[in-house]
Design a protein around this ligand. Sequence first.
Ligand SMILES: C[S@@+](CC[C@H](N)C(=O)[O-])C[C@H]1O[C@@H](n2cnc3c(N)ncnc32)[C@H](O)[C@@H]1O
Length: 197
Amino acid sequence: MTRIPVDLARDLEAALDGRVSLVTASALLDLVSAEWLDRLVVEVAARRLPFYAALNYDGRVSFDPADPLDAAVIAAVNLHQQTDKGFGPALGPGAAEAAIARFQAAGYTVVHGRSDWHLLPRDHGIQRDMLAGWAGAAREIGAVSLPDAAAWLTRRRDLLAAGRSTIKVGHVDIFARPIGARAAERSQSNRTSSPSG
Ligand SMILES: C[S@@+](CC[C@H](N)C(=O)[O-])C[C@H]1O[C@@H](n2cnc3c(N)ncnc32)[C@H](O)[C@@H]1O
């Protein structure tokens, strides 16, 4: 395997040139803008390539046990998700829906399904990091006050330390295939395998 570092915001086309048979992305589409997604779909569709994007955050987060401030914190996090992450204003939780619509409009068949994270009490490290990140984002976007964000983080950390915290984080996976790709592949393979003359 050869790894080639590319700034996708600038050099998307360079990442797609050459011998490519599938384009994949993981936990990326929610960072990109509507304009960049359009660019991606045009470039992928122009090459008639299949496209698989895993782990697109879709804005659904649920906690067990619940806290009265959960909804306000996650609403603020989802606003933060739509700020510029290097590609212009980000699609955030709307990324999967936007990608599905654009690939369908480009003549692709799209299958999609939920791929939620289920974080259990034993997933202590990732829960700790996510809770801190969410409290910071909610505070930074200004939708939750500093004392409220700090108090929420303390309560959630106490539950985590007590082995009582479960979190579900909504994600969607999508696979988009150009319509007629299978028929075209079959006909290409028949041509290659038939005797010449
Ligand atoms: C949420 S992480 C996902 C990482 C990994 N794909 C995964 O699923 O665990 C988002 C990734 O996007 C990459 N990224 C962000 N902006 C980028 C850019 N302009 N060009 C290339 N990669 C970028 C980051 O380096 C980071 O690895």
